[in-house]
Design a protein around this ligand. Structure first.
Ligand code: FAD
Length: 288
């Protein structure tokens, strides 16, 4: 099913992200993770794509497993290190496999990367155009409530976001954020700019202290004082930190929903127990 239809037909959606393994011999473990996560009945599950674009087959295999478990799959696709021919062959394969939803991304720029020639992509909007021209796919894109780290300013970032949306996006998913006020301000700025497609709020449950450094490196996101206190108090106690991280993410989602944000995406870090605990904490709220 197309994600645009899911977003249109359901009042509330909670989706999960899963990432494929780095080595093929671990693929069965990830499939098991998918099966366990599917038991929590997410609205759909997204499957990430290797940053260098070298493991497209891994994403395809995991997306198929998601669909085989009765859950709609959203396959991520990055373009920065791919050629247009390579992207075409991935799209051919996905179309043949019945994959209907793609999150069209640029990918991070590796250090020292030189843009080779016109066969290569510079921005996600070029990928969106190609997928749109082909037809048949529902297309999502990424957005950044705390501004993409490559952008010189918030104004420039939102201008490029508007251009990307106009290339044919059906929905947006945000980078993780921990302060809902940041998200509400971003959503308002999108509306002012005329960006009126659904925006899915990305929530990352922080369940261990090591995740924090990595999350900041990846997203440049800031932690509110309330969360810093949790880390200070429970960061050295893995069980307590996990419990506090799950409760923080659940409360963050409840606050978003109470303020009218009905589409949530959970960066599950391939942890079915964490995803399942959050879903349990929302059981009546989701069906309200
Ligand atoms: P773009 O939309 O191209 O934007 C990147 C930067 O370029 C921004 O600063 C933007 O303002 C600027 N820009 C855009 N268009 C123009 C233009 N025409 N002229 C000048 N500047 C412009 N990475 C992976 O490798 N695999 C994944 O599976 C993956 N999944 C992700 C899922 C989500 C929900 C998010 C938020 C990110 C994900 N990423 C993933 C990370 C993503 O690839 C990086 O954040 C990357 O640096 C930017 O990708 P983008 O698609 O947002 O790029």
């Amino acid at each position: 099913m197309k994600i645009s239809e899911i977003l249109k037909n359901r009042r509330v959606t909670v989706s999960f992200e899963v990432f494929p393994p780095k080595e093929w011999d671990k693929i069965e473990n990830t499939k098991k993770t998918v099966r366990e996560m599917a038991e929590s009945k997410p609205s759909f599950m997204s499957v990430t794509y290797g940053a260098a674009g070298t493991r497209a087959g891994f994403t395809t295999e995991i997306a198929r497993e998601v669909e085989n478990n009765g859950v709609t799959a959203l396959s991520h696709l990055t373009c920065l290190t791919s050629t247009k021919d390579k992207i075409d062959s991935v799209l051919d394969e996905w179309q043949a496999s019945g994959i209907e939803n793609i999150l069209a991304l640029r990918g991070d720029i590796p250090e020292g990367f030189v843009f080779p020639d016109e066969q290569h992509f510079h921005h996600a909007c070029e990928l969106v155009k190609i997928i749109k021209e082909r037809g048949g796919f529902c297309i999502g894109g990424a957005c950044y409530p705390e501004v993409h780290p490559d952008s010189a300013s918030r104004v420039e970032d939102i201008q490029h976001l508007k251009e990307k949306v106009d290339c044919g996006l059906d929905f947006l998913t945000t980078q993780m954020f921990f302060d809902n006020e940041v998200f509400f301000r971003f959503k308002e700025n999108c509306l002012i700019k005329g960006i009126d497609i659904p925006i899915i709020a990305g929530i990352m449950p922080i369940t261990n202290a090591n995740q924090i450094k990595r999350s900041v490196e990846l997203s440049g996101c800031k932690f509110p004082k309330k969360f810093e206190k949790i880390i200070e108090r429970f960061g050295d106690n893995p069980k307590a930190m996990k419990q506090a991280g799950i409760v923080y993410a659940t409360e963050q989602i409840i606050d978003l929903m109470a303020n009218g944000q009905n589409n949530i995406h959970i960066y599950t870090m391939n942890k079915p127990d964490v995803a399942g605990s959050i879903m349990k904490g929302l059981s009546e709220i989701i069906n309200e």
